[in-house]
Each structure stands twice: as C-alpha cells, then as structure tokens.
Write a protein of this length. Structure first.
Length: 318
C-alpha cells in the first residue's frame, strides 16, 4: 500500500471522469475554450468535486498547472486571517507567462466562517480579471448568497452503482487483483455512490488477500451483509426478543459496528425486506429513528439497542 489507489487512478482530464454526465459536458466546453468563470461544485463526498477542479485546471494550463494554482482546504484554514493573507497574496501576483489568469481552489468552502466568506467576496470582485475561484462544498446552503451569485454552480450527485462497479473492476484489473463479481457488487453497495470509498475499500481488502471475496469486503468495510440484517428483522417477527437480541449482538460483535452504524444499516435495508408490509415498515422506521436520536444525545448504546429490538419485536409479533 505504498501509494493510495484513489490518487493513482484519479482522472487527469475532465473527459476521463466517470458519471456526472451533465457536469462533464459543461466542464469540457470550458476546457476547450481555455477559460471559465468562478465555479462552485456542490455535492456529497467522493463524487468527483476535487477531481473535476484539478482536471479542469490541468486541461486549461497543461502539465505545469500547479504553478498557476493555489489549492487550500478551507476546513483547515477557515478563519478571516487565512483568506486575507494567503488568498489575497496569491491573487495579487501576476499569472504565469502565456496565461491570462490564475486559479484558487478552496476545498470544503462551506467550513469558512461568515467573516471569511465576506472577505472572499471582496477578493473575488477585486481580482476577477486575473484570478478565478473554484469552491467545493458538501452543502451549498452554507455558502452566502453573494458568493453563490458570482459562481456557476455545478451539482454533483452520488454515482450510479453501474458506474462505481465499472470503475472498481477497471482498478482491480489494473492492480492485478482477483475480484469476484459478488465482491465487486458488494463494494458498489457499501460505497453508496462514493467512488473514493469504493476504491479505498478495494485496496484495503486486496492488501489482506489478492483474491477478494464478498465476505472479505463486508468484513473490511465494517458493514453487515443484507442477509444478516434481514435475519434480525425475521427474528423480531417470528422468534421473539431474546433470539433477536442475540442475533443483533452477533452482528455488532462480528462486524465491529457502533450502535448508530447498525441502526443506519438496518434503515437502508428495511426497504428491501419482503416479509413486512408498509405499515410495519413505517413503525419500525420510527423506532429506529428514536433509538438513533437517543444514542446521539448520549443514551447508553446497549440499553437503547435492546429497547429498539424489544419495541420492534412488540410491533411485528402483534
């Protein structure tokens, strides 16, 4: 594991990006024209925001793009002072010969304080001729309207399972990993549209055994397989509290899950459970939501999970 596979297989050009068809088409037009306005990339983690920013600047400036780019993680340098000093100093200097502007890439810009965002707005105005900003964030609502209105906004969505599966198989072939089809599907399932998580999961599993199986994937990602979660619901419905509780404890111990992880995974699988009707699923969802809230608020994990199991057993055995 000398090098992260996520970095090794990161697309170098906008045209190489997987999924996000609408975004790629618009960014390709910018890379061909060799210029673009201020940009804002919004969406969940692992969907290609940082990759898109670096690929676009590489397409515009060529392989020496780093000398014309300031890359900052705004969650590390979120205060007003960082924006006033580091960003302003870079914005003031002239672009590299042969280029008409420089790029400042602020990753996780939604972590910037409101004062820092105010200062950023002024810098975007002052240096618009020689500087372009690319902001990436998980939640665009945390960026002030004045900045949003100065940017072309791109929405990144979680990747389709097919796209994740395709990329995972491509990386496995490139790295010489013997990846079973079921294991590849398991990686696509546990990644939830996050391609970075999918590739990292593959690398972690392959570091233990170059022959990657479905069981190994679930074991290394701390995720319970669907059949185990379905078994818990079935035990609640047919066997009663003590067998359901034992099954729940077995899942927690075997896969090393925290209480909130288990509740979230049960919630995701609930929709695919065929032996419960819609009314029962609504009631179970409510019980899981209350358990999750109580654990987050500081309730004892073991007691809250037992209470949830008891409540679900009571609902489903009626």
């Amino acid at each position: 594991m000398s090098e992260l596979w996520v970095e090794r297989h990161r697309p170098r050009s906008v045209s190489e990006m997987k999924g996000q068809r609408a975004v790629v088409d618009r960014l390709s037009a910018y890379s061909e024209s060799k210029t673009f306005p201020h940009l804002m990339f919004a969406g969940p983690p692992g969907t290609g925001k940082t990759t898109a920013a670096l690929a676009l600047t590489r397409d515009v400036f060529g392989d020496g793009f780093r000398s014309n780019l300031l890359e900052m993680n705004a969650s590390d340098e979120r205060k007003l002072e960082s924006i006033r000093t580091k960003v302003k100093q870079f914005a003031r200097t002239a672009p590299m010969p042969g280029t008409s502007f420089k790029v400042i890439f602020l990753d996780e810009a939604d972590a910037l304080t409101s004062d820092a965002q105010g200062a950023l707005r002024r810098i975007m105005e002052q240096f618009a001729e020689t500087c372009r900003f690319i902001l990436s964030c998980n939640y665009s609502s945390k960026i002030v309207e004045a900045i949003q209105s100065r940017c072309a906004v791109f929405r990144f969505r979680p990747l389709d399972k097919e796209k994740v599966l395709e990329k995972v198989m491509e990386v496995a072939n490139s790295e010489g990993v013997n990846l079973e089809d079921e294991a590849a599907r398991a990686i696509a399932d546990v990644s939830l549209g996050d391609l970075r998580k999918a590739i990292t999961s593959l690398q972690v599993a392959a570091s233990l055994d170059p022959h990657v199986t479905r069981d190994l994937v679930y074991e290394t990602t701390a995720t319970a397989p669907p059949e185990e979660l379905h078994g818990f619901f079935l035990a609640c419905k047919e066997d009663g509290f003590q067998p359901a509780r034992r099954r729940m404890r077995g899942i927690l111990d075997r896969f090393g899950l925290a209480g909130t992880d288990l509740v979230n995974q049960l919630h995701r699988e609930l929709s695919s459970v065929t032996f419960l009707d819609e009314v029962q699923k609504l009631a179970v969802t409510e019980a899981m939501a209350e358990c999750d809230f109580r654990m987050v608020e500081g309730g004892g994990e073991a007691l809250q999970l037992d209470a949830m199991a008891a409540r679900i057993c009571g609902m489903l055995s009626d």
